[in-house]
Design a protein around this ligand. Structure first.
Ligand code: NAD
Length: 481
């Protein structure tokens, strides 16, 4: 895995350049702990240069483009992502420890976001508003200006696609601060955007630490919208920084999402989803289905069937493409193991086994199913962000809703039941930004608005909805008598 660009550089104003401090940070392969590259340690001066370049792009070629021209660039970019699919997948897999099949899925999603937003760019319209005699009133959807994008390490390409794709389609100029653990595909994407004909300055990428480059971006007065995906603690800081500059902010934070299994569910259909929603990307998924709520009569049967599935899971270095790879970092592994230390032996219902011969420096954690745990216990309340699920019994529909809604989060939820009325009732009552009926995740659904309530955040990305988030509405009232 050797990138075709120099990953130790920043991408600003359409050019590769060293960061102002000249310092770099290591890129560690989570599968074996080896250093595979260096990235720039961007800081305040670099963020300032990136915001200036973005501002100039808005005043220049980029700002002068029609919506259709912006759309065509995104469509070319989508094709370039597909043309480079295997290189991108290998890069991501080595960088964040994602099994290859899952990394390939992320590439496909990135291409699809560029395609979706490329196609949508010239479909976003304002409206005319009936008003008093002598007036014609209409609305214009306008870009915010320079948008700041701070993303995490778990699905870099998907989150770049949904956030940068929508921002560029609507004519904003972007400054992207990828997570320090996952910068390679963000830089690759910038280079592909250049090849697709994106004017200089329309997309700038400044790798670096959160407390340095990230904080500088959120504090910069030239940034007019912030899109943040990451933890609740950082989200709170980002929102405070946004308040200082009075800019709108989209927060896509964590979750503890319930998968609710009723006694009448089709268990054969549900089972693969129930397990996969907990172990995909080694459980490092904001919308992981980490709480499985099961109607009491079905509890023991489901526990046994899940245990069977979990013990059959394959675990290997990312490049070997097993079902489960390593966690992204030694730090993340320590966090997950810290949670697991809270569980008594009788609360571990099932645990996969780590195979012999895994590389010593890798961050492997065997998937676990917990049970015999009260719904209020921290293991059933806190986001663990690793391959750990908890099984919680419920009595009836009322009880299921109470437990499902009983955390501070509200990102997604699923209901497994054959009863159509119950599906509709729960879809309305569950506290979540997305509800899945007899499925989970809808295969990522680029077209489907996504975001949370409560501590899962606010604002929506994905689908057409993101085009509204990345624009501001102007009302024009013309008096012509
Ligand atoms: P994190 O909050 O530590 O980091 C996210 C990003 O914020 C990184 O780029 C980081 O460098 C940056 N950052 C850190 N401190 C900052 C600061 N003071 N100012 C500005 N930026 C700063 O989160 P993480 O550990 O990388 O990601 C895991 C979290 O992200 C989980 O809670 C997960 O649920 C959430 N997540 C949510 C979604 C979603 O769409 N809702 C998607 C993926 C991940």
């Amino acid at each position: 895995m050797t990138p075709w660009f120099d990953p130790s550089l920043l991408f600003i104003d359409g050019q590769w350049r060293a960061c102002a401090s000249g310092e770099t940070l290591p890129v560690v392969n989570p599968s074996n702990g080896e250093d595979i590259a260096r990235i720039a340690r961007g800081g305040g001066a670099d963020v300032d240069a990136a915001v200036k370049a973005a501002t100039a792009a808005l005043e220049g070629d980029w700002g002068a483009m029609t919506a259709a021209e912006r759309g065509r660039i995104l469509l070319r970019l989508s094709q370039l992502v597909l043309d480079n699919a295997e290189a991108l997948a290998q890069m991501e897999s080595a960088d964040v420890g994602k099994p290859l099949t899952q990394a390939r899925g992320d590439v496909t999603a990135l291409a699809r976001y560029c395609e979706f937003y490329g196609g949508a760019a010239d479909k976003l319209t304002g409206e005319t508003i009936p008003f008093q005699q002598g007036f014609t009133v209409y609305t214009l959807r306008e870009p915010h200006g320079v948008t700041g994008h701070i993303i995490p390490w778990n699905y870099p390409m998907q989150i770049i696609g949904r956030s940068i794709g929508a921002a560029l389609a609507t004519g904003n100029a972007c400054v992207l601060k990828p997570a320090e653990e996952a910068c390679l595909t963000a830089l690759a994407f910038a280079d592909l955007a250049r090849q697709a004909g994106l004017p200089a300055g329309a997309l700038n990428v400044v790798p670096g630490l959160g407390a340095e480059a990230g904080a500088a971006l959120t504090a910069h007065p030239g940034v007019r919208h912030l899109s943040f995906t990451g933890s609740v603690a950082t989200g709170r800081r980002v929102q405070i920084a946004a308040a200082e500059n009075i800019v709108p902010v989209t927060l896509e934070l964590g979750g503890k999402s319930p998968q609710i299994v009723f006694g009448d569910a089709d268990l054969d259909k549900a089972l693969p989803f129930l397990v996969n929603a907990g172990i995909q990307n080694a459980g490092q998924t904001c919308s992981a289905g980490s709480r499985i709520l099961v109607q009491r009569d079905l509890h023991d049967d489901l526990a046994a069937r899940m245990a069977e599935e979990i013990s059959a899971l394959t675990i290997a270095p990312a490049g070997e493409d097993a079902r489960v790879g390593p966690l992204v970092s030694a730090r993340q592994k320590a966090i997950v193991e810290g949670f697991l230390e809270q569980a008594r032996p009788d609360q571990i219902l099932a645990r996969a086994e780590l195979p012999e011969g895994l590389p010593e420096g890798g961050n492997y954690v065997a998937p676990v199913l917990l049970g015999n745990i009260g719904a209020e216990h921290p293991l059933a309340q806190d986001e663990i962000f690793g391959p750990v699920q908890v099984l919680i019994p419920f009595e009836d529909e009322e009880d299921a809703v109470r437990i499902a809604n009983g955390t501070k989060f509200g990102l997604v939820a699923s209901v497994w039941s054959a009863d159509g009325g119950r599906q509709m009732r729960l879809a309305k009552r569950l506290k979540a930004g997305q509800v899945f009926l007899n499925n989970y995740g809808a295969a990522g659904g680029v077209e489907l608005p996504f975001g949370g309530v409560g501590h899962s955040g606010h604002g929506r990305e994905k689908g057409f909805e993101a085009l509204y988030a990345f624009t501001t509405l102007k009302t024009v009232a013309a008096h012509h008598g």
